[in-house]
Design a protein around this ligand. Structure first.
Ligand code: CP3
Length: 341
């Protein structure tokens, strides 16, 4: 059995109190992040500089002692490696050149390995600098979620442009997702070989798909990543996070073969507990309970520990921490989870 708590859970063991980390735990709610970010210049400069990226990954570990560190990077480094002119405009979120169906055949991944080499260097640095007991999580975006940004050229409330594209040009969509799946699998394999203990696949926009599209565009490409990663790195442990998948979560677990499923806060406890009988789960505190603090926070924590603490659980938020999260509330969250509620 591996020593690192989070890996024990991923292997199916119940660990109580459960290991805890937070999605987006390195970020703007931390003054030390804002300081390093200002030194780095642009957001992508931060992602591609192993000194700065290592530093911001370690910041939340030093401050809160989380059980896991997540590599600091972004899911959009993949379209950046495909030369889609990705940029992060302050206050406006990510932007890139929107892709048309006829351009997909011309996408060229040959430069990706070189382009992403600094991220892999960061992984190696991190494994050397992290405390022995801290799990290092690598990640990528799921092909569907990355494609939604590539097609619209920016974030949208319901990914309407990508859904239209998928219905009107399904073959072009399959082609794009297959390319992204292949690149993402390679990218995860290199993260695992450089020292990542496990990886998470973020499908933040899975929840906008109907059932047919969910199978074809979320489950299918994710399964191909899982198969390729496992073929190259048999020890690989993989967490899938199909945000908003709701009643399709059991199909996702079965169809993709991921080791653990990340749950958003809308998943009911009884449903989550049923899923947990099939394997480990991660989640699922509403990030806004963390903003409120007090009773809203405590009852949210306790309800998760009571309903999911008796099986394999990784405690997390149901989505990323927001920039306005008070540091004192994060400290309280960690303390309460470590006390067992
Ligand atoms: O600490 C960590 O979790 C690791 C780093 C990480 C970031 N992005 C850093 C980041 C991870 C795992 C991501 C994943 C990511 N990126 C997702 C999937 C998870 C999710 O939140 O749904 C998505 C959809 C993206 C794309 C993305 N990157 C968006 C939509 C934005 C803008 C939103 C915002 O908060 O401004 C980003 C920028 C981004 N990625 C920031 C950070 C810390 C903020 C950038 C800044 O410092 O200005």
């Amino acid at each position: 059995m591996p020593e690192r708590k989070l890996l024990r859970v991923l292997a199916g063991e119940t660990v109580f109190p459960p290991p805890i980390w937070l999605m987006r735990q390195a970020g703007r709610y931390l003054p030390e992040y804002r300081e390093t970010r200002a030194q780095a210049g642009g957001f992508l400069d931060l992602c591609y500089n192993p000194d700065f990226a290592t530093e911001v990954t370690l910041q939340p570990i030093r401050r809160f002692g989380f059980d896991a560190a997540i590599l600091f990077s972004d899911i959009l480094v993949i379209p950046d490696a495909l030369r889609r002119n990705v940029r992060f405009v302050q206050g406006e979120g990510p932007q890139m050149d929107p892709i048309a169906p006829h351009e997909i055949a011309g996408l060229d991944p040959t430069n990706a390995e070189t382009h992403l080499a600094p991220v892999i260097a960061t992984v190696a640095r991190l494994r050397a600098e992290l405390p022995e007991e801290t799990t290092l999580i690598g990640f990528c975006g799921a092909p569907w979620t990355v494609a939604t940004y590539m097609i619209a050229g920016h974030g949208t409330p319901d990914q309407g442009p990508a859904r239209r594209f998928a219905y009107q040009h399904p073959e072009a969509m399959d082609e794009l997702l297959e390319l992204l799946a292949e690149m993402s699998a390679e990218y995860l394999i290199r993260q695992l070989q450089a020292g990542a203990d496990c990886v998470q696949i973020f499908d933040s926009w899975a929840g906008v798909l109907d059932e047919l599209s969910f199978h074809r565009f979320s489950i299918g490409p994710t399964r191909r990543i899982v198969e390729r990663v496992r073929a190259a790195v048999p020890r690989a442990r993989i967490i899938g996070f199909p945000k908003g998948a709701g009643p399709l979560l059991p199909a996702y677990r079965e169809g993709t073969g991921v080791d653990a499923i990340g749950l958003d806060w809308s998943v009911p406890f009884s449903f989550a507990a049923d899923l947990q009988r099939q394997g480990p789960v991660q989640g699922n505190l509403d990030p806004l309970r963390l903003i409120a603090g007090g009773r809203a926070l405590d009852e949210g924590i306790d309800a998760i520990l009571q309903s999911l603490g008796h099986g394999p659980l990784i405690f997390n938020l149901g989505h990323g921490i927001t920039p306005d999260a008070p540091i004192a509330h994060v400290e309280h969250l960690v303390e309460r989870v470590r006390r067992g509620g």
